[in-house]
Write a protein that binds this ligand. Sequence first.
Ligand code: G3P
Length: 225
Amino acid sequence: MKLLIDDANIARIKAIYKYYPIDGVTTNPTILKKCGGNPHEVLAEIRDFIGRDADLHVQVVSTTAEEMISEGKKIPATFGKNTYIKIPSTPEGFAAMQALSADGYLITATAIYTPMQAFLAAKSGANYAAPYVNRIDNLGAGGVETTKTIQNIFRNNGFTTQILAASFKNSQQVQALCEYGIGAATIAPDVIEGLVRNACVTSAVADFTKDFEKLCGEGKTTLDF
Ligand code: G3P
């Protein structure tokens, strides 16, 4: 399962990259608004930091297929290889996905709340389909279950489309989909940090340090053997 950061704040992206094995960054217009600044400059700085081989997902803003196609062609031309064009899974979006996938563009179908949106996105040639796990939970429909259903639909129909699950709010949602073996998850920095935040671990590691120092002296490590 690929692990991506769902944020555009370069300081937070750098802080997560420092410690965790990250495959790229996803953004959308709302994330860019929260970040502030010029979206082109923000995205260019992210691409520069994560490097050309990492995945970057950038969303179109237009609402008609024709304009989505124009935007879609410009996005990878601007931000380079491994840039995915995020397209909402609407009727206009499906038309744009079909046209762009026929030309070999990388596509992430986004704003997915139902399995049939994902099915149509896969048939339209999307490389990734992004169900919004927590937002689906908030509708009372079960985000993890919906995502598993989508995975089954993809497998049973022979689609190569992968799931890029989004909108996580807790570790349990991430773990359930990790166990199920989806293609990718994009997660906000605070939720990534929460995956391993655990007072028991902190305390166990502090005890190891204390015990070694009792044995060999303060500040000593195995380098001092
Ligand atoms: O990429 C979609 C995702 O950012 C939605 O997340 O936290 O706004 O539900 P959220």
